[in-house]
Design a protein around this ligand. Structure first.
Ligand code: CO
Length: 150
């Protein structure tokens, strides 16, 4: 495994729509392992492939319950609402208030291509929404003009 460089706001790769994954091979597994290591090293709870410069629909999330690999993820159900602080490894040192669904259901594939479903509540729901937005070139700061008061 290896750490990958995290791209920061201003890099073009963070504003592109990512392509689906259709090849579930060893290089995908290596990417997922590197992304998880990079996320943990940076003390983040999620990382999307465009944040390491790859325009593929690949996300890793770990809000403390272990690493979730999400390939070609789609939110198929969402309800409730939560409003709270959010941050992003690509926008270091900032935190803004964002409203997200309280609960989401996400369909995706695992690293072998098998269909999986991840259900998220609270922070996990927030992380799923944040990371999936990255796959469409959306940064969380696009969704808010409310800074965290300190
Ligand atoms: Co982010």
């Amino acid at each position: 495994m290896a750490l990958r460089q995290i791209m920061t706001e201003g890099e073009a790769c963070l504003r592109k729509v990512c392509r689906p994954v259709d090849c579930f091979d060893a290089s995908l597994a290596a990417l997922l392992d590197d992304m998880a290591e990079t996320m943990h090293d940076a003390q983040g709870v999620g990382l999307a492939a465009p944040q390491v410069g790859l325009l593929r629909r690949v996300v890793v999330i770990d809000v403390g319950d272990g690493v979730h690999d999400l390939i070609n993820p789609v939110i198929v159900e969402q309800n409730g609402e939560q409003t709270g602080p959010e941050g992003c490894l690509s926008i270091p040192g900032e935190s803004w208030i964002v409203t997200r669904p309280m609960h989401v259901v996400c369909n995706a594939q695992d690293r072998t291509g098998k269909a999986i479903t991840l259900e998220g509540e609270g922070l996990l729901a927030r992380a799923i929404c944040h990371e999936l937005d990255h796959l469409d070139g959306i940064l969380y700061t696009d969704l808010t003009d409310t800074p965290v008061e300190d």
